[in-house]
Design a protein around this ligand. Structure first.
Ligand code: ADP
Ligand code: ZN
Length: 209
């Protein structure tokens, strides 16, 4: 999955995962877990994530490489939030080669910066079960409380307005160039970030064929 922060990569990855019964490898979640567990990697990662910077390639590449040791990737997988830099794309090429895997699709989610800022600044997340809410389009039934598990909702530190702006700059500088790489390989499938939730499943089914 390729696309700017807040474009809905995660939502789409989840639907595709259900459609094709594939595991999702989400670097953002893996890094947040490392932060919560207070591991060495987590401590380093946190300082970058809070600022909206990319976590250094060697850390992220290591986390992903380790993930590929698990047998569940053998019949396919979805990468969500990786690669995000040239160094990561190179590492991915190496991981794929080492594991004799070929990429089949790169799904590019396209969305306007203005919409992204509006979405992310009103996003609230459940720190316990990972459920995502939006203050206007998907508010929790009870204000500030997760519908699913009852935990208190939080705003991620990197969903604060200044940090959102910086994340978009980082995307433009470091991640956007990867679009060309995968377009040249003929792998890009483009999809809009504004497709309504209730049509997303059918849309993705059609897109992936
Ligand atoms: P979003 O896609 O909305 O930015 P993520 O959960 O994917 O949210 O990422 C949150 C933060 O985690 C990023 O801003 C970055 O600091 C870090 N991160 C996630 N994936 C990567 C990656 N592949 N490389 C470097 N940093 C990453
Ligand atoms: Zn919850």
């Amino acid at each position: 999955m390729l696309g700017p922060p807040g474009s809905g990569k995660g939502t789409r990855a989840h639907i595709i995962s259900e459609l094709y019964d594939l595991p999702v490898i989400t670097t953002g979640d893996m890094l947040r877990t490392a932060v919560a567990e207070g591991t060495e990697c987590g401590k380093i990662a946190k300082s970058y994530m809070d600022k909206g910077e990319l976590v250094p390639d060697d850390i992220v590449n290591g986390v992903v490489r380790e993930r590929f040791q698990k047998p569940d990737v053998e019949d396919g997988f979805i990468l969500d939030g990786f690669p995000r830099s040239k160094g990561q794309a190179d590492a991915l090429d190496q991981i794929l080669e080492d594991n004799n895997i070929e990429l089949t699709h790169v799904i590019l989610v396209v969305l306007d910066d203005k919409v992204i800022v509006e979405r992310l600044s009103k996003r609230r997340s459940c720190p316990k079960c990972g459920e995502i809410y939006h203050l206007e389009s998907k508010p929790p039934k009870k204000q500030g409380v997760c519908d699913v598990c009852g935990a208190a909702l939080i705003q991620r530190d990197d969903d604060k307005p200044d940090v959102i702006k910086h994340r978009l700059e980082v995307y433009a500088e470091q991640t956007k160039p990867l679009i060309k790489k995968y377009r040249d390989q003929g792998l890009i499938l483009e999809t809009s970030g504004v497709i309504p939730m209730d049509q997303l499943r059918d849309h993705l089914k059609e897109l992936l064929g």
